[in-house]
Design a protein around this ligand. Structure first.
Ligand code: 5GP
Ligand code: MG
Length: 177
C-alpha cells in the first residue's frame, strides 16, 4: 500500500530545528538539563536533539537511556504491560531538568512507566516530555511540552517513524491496517 507521508526528510529537519529552538528558549540559562531517550527511536531522536542543542547552547548535555517496551498483542489493544529493562542514567538526577524523548506519544503508558523508572533513580527538579508525533488517544493524564506534529490517528492505524540513523532515511508515514 502507498502510505501517506506525514513528514518527509526536509519537513522532519524543520520540525527538529523548531523543537530545538523551543527547548533552547526554555533551558538556555538552565545549567543542569539532561536528555533521556526511550529506546529505540526515542533514543535516536534524543541523540539528534542533543547534537543540535549542544551547538545552540554551547554546552554539553548529558544523555541517558530508558528501555521500555509496552507489550501489547496488537496496536488496538490499548492496555499493555510495560517491560522495563535496565536504564542507563550515568549522571545524577538531583536538581536536574530532565527532558524525556520519545518518537510517538499514544496512550501515555510508556511515559508513565518511564517516569516510574526515572524516579527510582533520583529526584529531578522537573521532568519534561518531547515527542516527534503526538497521535492522540491518551488514556492517562500525560502531555508533551515539546511536540513535532500532532494529529488524531485512528486506533487501528500506525505511525511509521523512520530515522536516518537506523532506517537510512528520515520520514514519518501513516499506515492504515
Ligand atoms: P503509548 O505507551 O503512549 O501508548 O505508546 C507510545 C510508545 O509506543 C512509544 O514508545 C512508541 O514508540 C510506541 N508507539 C505507539 N504508537 C505508535 C505508532 O503509531 N507508531 C510508532 N512508531 N510507535 C508507536
Ligand atoms: Mg517506543
Amino acid at each position: 500500500a502507498n502510505a501517506p507521508c506525514l513528514l518527509d526528510a526536509k519537513q522532519m529537519e524543520v520540525h527538529l530545528q523548531r523543537l530545538c529552538r523551543e527547548i533552547s528558549a526554555v533551558f538556555g540559562s538552565d545549567a543542569s538539563i539532561a536528555l533521556l531517550g526511550i529506546r529505540t527511536r526515542g533514543l535516536y531522536l534524543a541523540e539528534r536533539l542533543k547534537a543540535m542543542l549542544e551547538s545552540n547552547l554551547q554546552k554539553e548535555i548529558p544523555l541517558g537511556i530508558l528501555d521500555i517496551t509496552l507489550y501489547r498483542d496488537d496496536l488496538s489493544e490499548l492496555a499493555g504491560s510495560p517491560i522495563v529493562r535496565p536504564t542507563e542514567i550515568p549522571f545524577s538526577l538531583k536538581d536536574r531538568s530532565v527532558i524525556l524523548v520519545d518518537d510517538v506519544l499514544f496512550t501515555g503508558r510508556t511515559i508513565r512507566a518511564a517516569l516510574d523508572a526515572l524516579l527510582d533513580h533520583g529526584r529531578p527538579k522537573r521532568v519534561w516530555l518531547a515527542v516527534l508525533v503526538d497521535r492522540g488517544g491518551r488514556e492517562l493524564p500525560i502531555q508533551a511540552e515539546f511536540v513535532g506534529i500532532k494529529m488524531d490517528v485512528a486506533m487501528d492505524s500506525r505511525v511509521s517513524v523512520h530515522m536516518k540513523d537506523v532506517d537510512g532515511e528520515d520520514a514519518v508515514l501513516l499506515e492504515s491496517r
